[in-house]
Design a protein around this ligand. Structure first.
Ligand code: ADP
Ligand code: G6P
Length: 355
């Protein structure tokens, strides 16, 4: 008998605080799958959902159970589980994963109210991004792969200042106050999710400049769990070894303070992990091919694909450092994971007859 290919929705979770680079990451990811994601045509113009041929990105703010007024009245922040409907989030992600369309609410960021729902059809790849993709155990169990963007306080502060002061005219004091006000709930409900992530991108201040407090040059760590199905960690030179590498010199132009890579095994919340680290920034993106050629398990389809993706989106924030590099690589790894999951699904009935 013939095993028909059953369409399957692969579900990816992306967690981070707001203003920490989730939408930039999503733009890199959808680009790897060929095609920029756009808001659904003819739908609500305030929709937070992005749809492309392959991917649908749902912003989990849509599962706020309390709108802005409700939060104010009850004195809870958007980070608080009591402001979010995890039962509905679970039901709808489960339905989509099983191939069933759902009427998803829309949280309107302009008005702070819940708009009438929109119809979401099951995509090939569903990304749920926001504050709590790994908070509820039932939702967590539906994820085929999960990522946590861990932006250190120093860097978060520098990015917020850059955006809210330069572009929105907020004062330094008010930015500090809003970060401080969020911190207890962030520590209680958002940050602990990183222990469940299959990959964590940690963004820290550089160690190449003593006492740097500008937050421009970054040290970025890609922490990859071992033994994750369909995901094999990236490595430098030789798998499982410990390596410190300064690529600057004849083949890579580096100005002050240079670039330093590190690769090695480690533990993270009692899990065995591989860590790849890049401190510093690239002067010339076309020379990235030199670094790429020394990385293995990057799931490219042709030589130089990482460099090509980075050059294509050189205007995105973080393109000259480890944030852009590691987001691009994780995008390629997710494509690989998706392709493996889809081919496994078709092969399953055959394997079953063998047993
Ligand atoms: P989110 O979707 O999590 O709110 P965005 O991707 O919209 O975050 O990024 C918010 C802001 O943070 C950007 O406008 C930019 O100023 C800053 N930012 C994000 N990622 C980076 C990065 N890798 N390097 C420098 N700044 C960044
Ligand atoms: C969204 C964001 C939160 C942000 C909130 C604003 O839900 O994801 O990070 O805090 O909007 O909340 P507020 O209660 O200030 O309208």
């Amino acid at each position: 008998s013939c095993a028909a290919a059953v369409p399957r929705t692969v579900v990816i979770g992306l967690a981070a605080d707001s203003g920490c680079g989730k939408s930039t990451f999503m733009r890199r990811l959808t680009s790897v799958f060929g095609g920029a994601a756009e808001p659904p045509k003819g739908g609500n113009p305030d929709s937070n959902t992005l749809i492309s041929d392959m991917t649908t990105v749902i912003c989990l703010d849509d599962y706020h159970s309390l709108d802005r007024n409700g939060r104010k009245e009850k004195g809870v922040t958007a980070l608080d589980p009591r402001a979010n409907n995890f039962d509905l989030m679970y039901e709808q992600v489960k339905a989509l994963k099983e191939g069933v369309a759902v009427d998803k609410p829309i949280y309107n960021h302009v008005t702070g109210l819940l708009d009438p729902p929109e119809l979401i059809k099951p995509p090939k790849i569903l990304v749920i991004e926001g504050l709590h993709p790994m908070f509820d155990e039932r939702v967590r169990d539906l994820l085929d792969f999960s990522i946590y963007l861990d932006i250190s306080n120093e860097v978060k502060f520098a990015w917020k200042i850059q955006r809210d002061m330069a572009e929105r005219g907020h004062s330094l004091e008010s930015i500090k106050a809003s970060i401080e006000a969020r911190k207890p709930d962030f520590d209680a409900y958002i940050d602990p999710q990183k222990q469940y992530a299959d990959a964590v991108i940690e963004v820290l201040p550089t160690q190449l400049i003593p006492d740097d407090n500008e937050g421009k040059v970054l040290r970025v760590k890609l922490i990859m769990k071992e033994e994750v199905k369909h995901f094999s960690p990236v490595y430098l030179f030789d798998e499982g070894s410990t390596i410190s590498w300064i690529p600057c010199g004849r083949k890579l132009t580096c100005s002050y303070p240079g670039i330093k890579f590190f690769y090695g095994p480690d533990t993270y919340f009692d899990h065995e992990v591989s860590v790849m680290e890049m401190d510093g920034q690239f002067d010339r993106l076309d020379e990235l091919i030199y670094v790429e050629s020394h990385l293995s398990n990057i799931s490219t389809k042709f030589y130089g694909e990482v460099t090509q993706q980075m050059l294509k989106h050189s205007d995105f924030p973080g393109s000259n450092n480890g944030t852009g590099l590691f987001q691009t690589i994780i995008g390629l790894k997710i494509r690989d994971l998706y392709e493996q999951l889809v081919s496994t699904k078709v092969a399953t009935p055959l394997e079953a007859t063998k047993a």
